[in-house]
Design a protein around this ligand. Structure first.
Ligand SMILES: N[C@@H](CCC(=O)N[C@@H](CS)C(=O)NCC(=O)O)C(=O)O
Length: 138
């Protein structure tokens, strides 16, 4: 991995919140260790890493945990800025639009239909939330 950083992701496979982080880490070209959580029997690492919400995803960067998928994406974008390649546009308005749709998806879709997101949501999420990905990350 670039910079020798250690990244660990606590997740669970059906979670679109976790998938969102996996996509972002992949787009940045970062490698990471993934640990599948049993949400009916949460690990001590998850409970101590995210004591407020006790939810996945949690990204642990060099031992420091970051919770909440949108905050994790923002962290990834700021912490791993290779050659100015950002997930979000440099344009402030486009960034605001992308964040609007990310919040919309969380509010309206994220908690109501995991299957819908799993089946057809990835492409739509990418188009809605990251409209300028192709120009930001090669
Ligand atoms: N707002 C959070 C939502 C995360 C979330 O709801 N995670 C679920 C899995 S999809 C979870 O860990 N649930 C465990 C629980 O509620 O106890 C985010 O964006 O990361």
């Amino acid at each position: 991995m670039a910079g020798g950083d250690e990244l660990n992701l606590l997740g669970t496979w059906p979670s679109s919140f976790v998938t969102r982080v996996q996509i972002a880490v992949g787009l940045k070209g970062l490698s990471f260790e993934y640990a599948e959580e049993d949400l009916n029997n949460k690990s001590e690492l998850l409970l101590s890493s995210n004591p407020v919400h006790k939810k996945v995803p949690v990204l642990i960067h060099d031992g420091k945990p970051i919770s909440e998928s949108q905050i994790i994406l923002q962290y990834i974008d700021e912490a791993f800025n290779f050659n100015g390649a950002f997930l979000l546009s440099a344009d402030l308005y486009e960034r605001a639009v992308a964040r609007f749709w990310a919040a919309y998806i969380d509010d309206k879709v994220g908690h109501t239909s995991y299957m819908e997101l799993l089946i057809c949501g990835f492409n739509r999420s990418m188009k809605l939330c990251f409209p300028v990905l192709s120009s930001g990350v090669s």
